[in-house]
Design a binder for this molecule. Structure first.
Ligand code: SF4
Ligand code: SF4
Length: 347
């Protein structure tokens, strides 16, 4: 890895260099909540002054740019002597993501394992992912962030450049040739010992600010032991089965596929829509049988997929600890509390 340091005033210049030929997606403020706190979203941004690099967390992850809620996998045109299939990977254009936090980059790395590293990679995701350039930025832990417990507070790959605020300057980690060449267009310098110290100080100060934690020690074993635990019923009774937690989650990727024929019978399409394992018909099969009709079973399986099944398959959790699900849940169901209750840990 190559490191550079540059003055904060150079960041606008870097943004301008990047945006001269590319579309930039970054965190912008889109309103305020009932407590008058800003609401942030990832959006296309063309003016550096509109980007909010000191944002807390966006309500929704950047998922819509590489795993859209709904997309056509194929369209079909029915001709006189057969039909013609058209496949489009729906790559609008390459995107530069300017200001992703470590947890969201880690979420992408996890999705890569499933959607690009498996026996049947998903070309629609892969095509968009390969057209992404990522500038990561460090963050300030929020009361709901438990990324440190999940090992997602720092990130080692999956980005092109990662910036850490060290006071008057940014400390840049560079992982790609493209990032290195972009940085040649602004004023940078090689770091010296004092910069390393400032970087480590910044990391150590950040670590002190985490307040939410999840004890992941032996968690897969404990989940195996507690599969029949009454705590799942407790949380299931509160769950509204609304699916919001999956919608806001940067690592939830489950989807359904629907085929529809136009009313004139001349064209058809196959459409993928993201889905949530908490929705009532998630496990309903042809004939109407539902394998998971109860809310607590569906909620339990979401936790088992994130914290047990994925760990068994990839030796890491599918949760990055961003806290979005708990913050958006109308029933107040939060990962740290759920896991603590399974472990019988009191506050
Ligand atoms: S957001 Fe909360 S209430 Fe809605 S499905 Fe998820 S856990 Fe249940
Ligand atoms: S399960 Fe919740 S805390 Fe974990 S990655 Fe998804 S939204 Fe974030």
């Amino acid at each position: 890895m190559i490191f550079k340091v540059f003055d904060k005033k150079e960041l606008k210049k870097l943004f301008d260099v990047l945006s001269s030929d590319n579309s930039i997606v970054g965190p912008v403020e889109i309103g305020a909540d009932r407590n008058d706190q800003p609401i942030y979203a990832f959006s296309l941004v063309s003016d550096f002054n509109n980007i909010k690099l000191n944002y807390s967390t966006t309500k929704l992850p950047a998922k819509k740019f590489f795993l859209p809620f709904k997309e056509d996998l194929a369209t079909f045109t029915i001709k006189e002597h057969g039909w013609q299939k058209n496949v489009d990977y729906n790559i609008d254009r390459p995107y530069i993501f300017f200001g992703l936090h470590a947890c969201d980059i880690n979420a992408l790395n996890k999705l890569d394992k499933v959607l690009m590293g498996s026996t049947y990679p998903m070309p629609y995701y892969a095509a968009k992912r390969k057209n992404m350039f990522i500038v990561g930025i460090d963050c300030a832990p929020q009361p709901y962030c438990f990324c440190r417990s999940m090992g997602s507070d720092t990130v080692l790959h999956g980005f092109d450049m990662f910036l850490t605020d060290i006071g008057e300057e940014y400390f840049a980690e560079i992982l790609s040739d493209t990032a290195y060449n972009f940085l040649k267009k602004i004023n940078t310098r090689d770091p010296v010992e004092a910069d390393h110290f400032l970087y480590m100080k910044s990391v150590s100060e950040k670590n002190k600010k985490f307040t939410a934690h999840v004890d992941t020690t032996d968690l897969t074993k404990i989940l195996d032991m507690e599969f029949q635990s009454e705590v799942w019923k407790h949380w299931g009774q509160q769950c509204l089965a609304c699916g919001t937690c999956s919608n806001v989650c940067p690592t939830c990727y489950c989807y359904g596929v629907e085929e529809t024929v136009d009313i004139n019978l001349k064209s058809a399409r196959k459409t993928k829509s993201l889905y949530s394992c908490n929705l009532i018909d998630f496990a309903e099969v042809a004939g109407g049988h539902n394998f998971r009709p109860e809310q607590h079973i569906r909620l339990k399986y979401r936790y088992y997929h994130k914290h047990r099944g994925f760990v068994e398959a990839y030796e890491e959790s599918l949760c990055v600890g961003c806290g979005r699900c708990g913050e958006s849940c109308l029933a107040g169901i939060r990962v740290p509390e759920v896991i603590a209750s399974v472990r019988r840990q009191e506050d």
